[in-house]
Design a protein around this ligand. Structure first.
Ligand code: SF4
Length: 270
């Protein structure tokens, strides 16, 4: 019997996938792709999920020590044109984890929590796909088809909630009496990097109202100022290509006066 690997973000969608996987009777292994940039409430929720579903949730380890150290090394802020954070902090550590555990196409399958109605980007990629459709990890991202990790690209993938709406997901968790990440009660609709550089304005606004978010934004602003002071300017040294993110933590700025980012949400592919 194949092991079902469930990458768990700490958000609602992968939580439902974990619940569905636990109904199969197959062995389950959960893993959090840990960027070190999640909200503490997300780490707390992951522990609650371990108790509620009776599973151990492992954490990948990135060699950079988390988002901030990686930013300092890479010397640019991620954006839709250069999103190294996904590869360096999520994909590479996940591939390493799979390789170290000896997982391959013969002994496991991976169940992801992507939904096509999450965002325009997700709909472009997954719209029209059903939960019965077969994928491989290499179909999800070409990253897994390369070099020493090439065989990982053949691991079968399922997307059990790809056709679910947001209401479907919340209703399922409510009916199951399952715990919910508290960030949803703080105005967030997405859970993950806090903030994700590609997130919608509403996520940045909510982040700027949270003490952890204020600390994270202040750290980013400090980096922006350090890089801006350098005599030789690098590319992508603004925290966000559209906004001055200081506005999100300035009590004198009305969030309604901050324009939407016309590019919308790209979000992480895995
Ligand atoms: S969620 Fe956003 S910030 Fe985090 S790794 Fe993905 S693209 Fe980068």
């Amino acid at each position: 019997m194949k092991t079902v690997i469930v990458p768990v973000s700490g958000g609602k969608d992968s939580q439902v996938v974990l619940a569905l996987a636990s109904l199969t009777g197959q062995p389950i292994v959960c893993v959090h792709q840990n960027t070190g940039w999640d909200h503490p409430l997300t780490y707390k929720h992951i522990q609650l999920m371990e108790c509620f579903y009776g599973v151990k949730i492992e954490h990948t380890v990135n060699k950079w020590g988390g988002m901030l150290p990686w930013l300092k090394t890479s010397a640019y802020f991620p954006n839709s044109a250069a999103r190294g954070c996904t590869q360096r902090l999520k994909q590479e550590p996940f591939a390493k984890w799979l390789l170290e555990k000896g997982y391959n196409a013969d002994n496991c399958e991976i169940w992801f929590g992507m939904r096509s109605d999450e965002s325009a980007a997700r709909n472009d990629k997954y719209g029209g796909i059903t939960m019965e459709d077969d994928f491989t990890l290499g179909d999800i991202s070409r990253f897994y088809n390369e070099g020493k990790r090439k065989h990982l690209g053949l691991i079968p993938v399922k997307l059990p909630v790809v056709e679910w709406s947001t209401d479907d997901v919340f209703n399922f968790l409510r009916i199951s009496n399952a715990p919910l990440n508290e960030l949803y009660n703080k105005g967030h609709t997405r859970v993950g990097c806090y903030p994700c550089f590609l997130a919608r304005k509403a996520e940045w606004v909510a982040c700027g109202k949270d003490p952890v978010g204020v600390k994270h934004l202040s750290d980013l602003i400090e980096l922006e100022e350090e890089w801006s002071a350098r005599p030789h300017k690098l590319k992508f040294i603004k925290v966000h290509r559209t906004w001055d993110v200081r506005n999100f933590i300035d009590p004198n700025v009305n969030p309604d006066d901050i324009p939407e980012d016309e590019h919308g949400c790209g979000w992480c592919s895995i």
